[in-house]
Design a protein around this ligand. Sequence first.
Ligand SMILES: [Zn+2]
Ligand SMILES: [Zn+2]
Length: 167
Amino acid sequence: MVKKKSLRVPLTSIPPEGLEVEVDLGEQYFSRWREEDPGLEFSTAAISGSVRLEKHGRDILVRGALKGHLQLACSRCLENFALPADADFDLLLVPGPGTPGSEDEEISAPDLDLDYYTGETLDLEAIIREQIILMLPLKPLCSEDCKGICPRCGAVLNREACTCKNN
Ligand SMILES: [Zn+2]
Ligand SMILES: [Zn+2]
């Protein structure tokens, strides 16, 4: 198995036995992403793992295993916390409209998520970003029993005593 580090993968560089791409995204990467996209819901993260690419005719099977954590603000107490993140995904990329070979018969794979690629270079970064976004919870909580913030005095109840009830 050939190993590779770049997240832009020319299709011709995927050998018949497949290609393994190492993923190692740290703080620098995420601060750059935040500059491009200030609406990102996490402040930083660390994600690593690997993605395997296999060619099946003109289709490309992408199998990823990513692990790490995302730094998020709790929706209840607003404090930052690290959320353990974990994603295993299988994607089948088929040639998009306008890509040579898009008329070919596709391999049938009802259990796989289908996506399209265009051109001759695979943008693995876009795929990984999408997977990271999918890891984000709708309502992040630092813990299931986070006590939140007192609406009257603003005390962070996980670590401060609220005196309201004594008054
Ligand atoms: Zn909380
Ligand atoms: Zn209070």
